[in-house]
Design a protein around this ligand. Sequence first.
Ligand SMILES: [Zn+2]
Length: 118
Amino acid sequence: MTFRDTLNQDLIVKNKVTNEQIDNLEVIYDKMTTLFKQADIKNIKPELAKSLANELKLLEFELQENWNFPKDEKYHTWWNRFKGCTCPKMDNDERFGMDKIINSTCPFHGFEINVTIV
Ligand SMILES: [Zn+2]
């Protein structure tokens, strides 16, 4: 089984995904696998978590580009699959294509990192 076989064949045809783009997708999915492994740390530091979340976001844009979808963050599907992400999973899956619901204490997506504690 080749990497190509693992992809949604109908979508490849429908979106006119080229062989070159399929090669790109393989690289991107590999990077994502590595990234999720890097993020799989108990009590991950928010600084690291947020930098990995940001890297993932860029990879998701690359995915959209190579699947010939418009680059639109609202249609990202991987952002809340980090093991330590505490954002509501089901609510967000239901809201696909809409704004995200973020848990403010999520190490990956919360905002407390911007708060200076004195
Ligand atoms: Zn989160």
